[in-house]
Design a protein around this ligand. Structure first.
Ligand code: SF4
Ligand code: SF4
Length: 299
């Protein structure tokens, strides 16, 4: 059962600003680093922030996704981002294999690193602000080429700052200078200046499954899709175990489980160990301390 502080927490979230950003690119383009830099800059600006990478096949050239959350309030979600406010697409070719626009909110923003204009029918049929920049060109002109590969993540961040005013370019400059030096700072400012910003309503056919839930986040609930990352039960080092003598069935653990591994069956809360990845978020959020952890020992 929630105590009064939990309830206060939930109610507070109703009023706070929060942004979810999803980044798409290919292995070697610095997608994860871009996500971290944005999160770090947001934190320096006084926000709470979070950066989560998601790798498929871990090799150069394969699709890579990363997630950044920025909020005025503590961030409790640990799931992937399914309905982003912003998208950063570091390579337009990724759009051929990944439905990068999936779940994007109407009124949101998109950054695309591309040397040429993007056709209107590529965008979904919603209102969007687009920041278009030739990230590869910016990198080459600023001598930002590593091992023969133009570094496109810094130009993508520069373009993002044009459509996301919550983070100042001066704040990002400090981080980029410390981590990567002057060439990256020059590329950041070049990209910021060269980014073309425009509003668009795409003409791509609407997806059949329109979202039914409201745009606002009412509680800090994850929206996990069970099994989206495969059989995540193999990842576990520790196994959460419920003490049914203490459990009140409040379902706080269910709300926060990033893998959707907790359900209620026949009145009891149950953990699906096929998909439970052992993150122990459930243990941390249980108000009754009804969940403990055991070392996972596989045969
Ligand atoms: S440890 Fe708990 S929160 Fe994490 S995946 Fe397993 S059941 Fe879900
Ligand atoms: S185990 Fe889950 S349902 Fe049971 S008391 Fe803890 S948070 Fe609530």
């Amino acid at each position: 059962m929630f105590d009064c502080y939990d309830l206060f927490d939930e109610v507070q979230l109703f009023y706070v600003m929060k942004w979810e950003i999803r980044l798409h690119g290919r292995g070697g383009q610095g997608v994860v680093t871009a996500s971290k830099i944005i999160a770090e800059a947001a934190f320096a600006e006084g926000y709470q922030s979070q950066s989560i990478p998601f790798f498929g096949a871990e090799r150069r050239g394969s699709p890579v996704t990363a997630f950044t959350r920025i909020s005025e309030h503590e961030i409790r979600e640990r799931s992937q981002i399914y309905h982003p406010d912003y998208l950063l697409i570091l390579d337009p070719l990724v759009m051929r294999t990944v439905d990068v626009f999936q779940g994007l909110k109407s009124g949101g923003g998109v950054v695309i690193s591309s040397p040429s204009a993007i056709e209107r029918d590529v965008f979904p049929n919603i209102e969007l602000t687009v920041g278009l920049v030739d990230g590869v060109g910016v990198s080459i002109r600023n001598d930002l080429v590593v091992a023969g590969n133009p570094v496109v993540n810094i130009p993508a961040i520069g373009a993002f700052l044009r459509i996301f005013p919550e983070i100042s370019i001066e704040c990002v400059e400090k981080i980029v200078l410390e981590k990567f030096g002057n060439r990256s700072v020059r590329a950041l400012y070049s990209s910021y200046d060269e980014t073309e910003v425009f509003r668009i309503r795409g003409s791509r056919e609407k997806k059949k499954e329109e979202r039914k839930k409201p745009e606002k986040v009412w509680i800090p609930a994850s929206k996990p899709a069970k099994g989206v990352a495969g059989i995540t039960g193999y990842w576990r080092d520790f196994r959460p175990v419920i003490d049914y003598g203490r459990c009140t069935g409040c379902l706080n653990c269910w709300i926060h489980c990033p893998e959707g591994s907790i359900s209620r069956k026949n009145g009891d809360v149950e953990i699906d160990y096929t998909f439970c990845k052992g993150c122990l978020v459930c243990l941390a959020v249980c108000p009754r301390k009804a969940i403990s952890s055991e070392r996972e020992v596989s045969a």
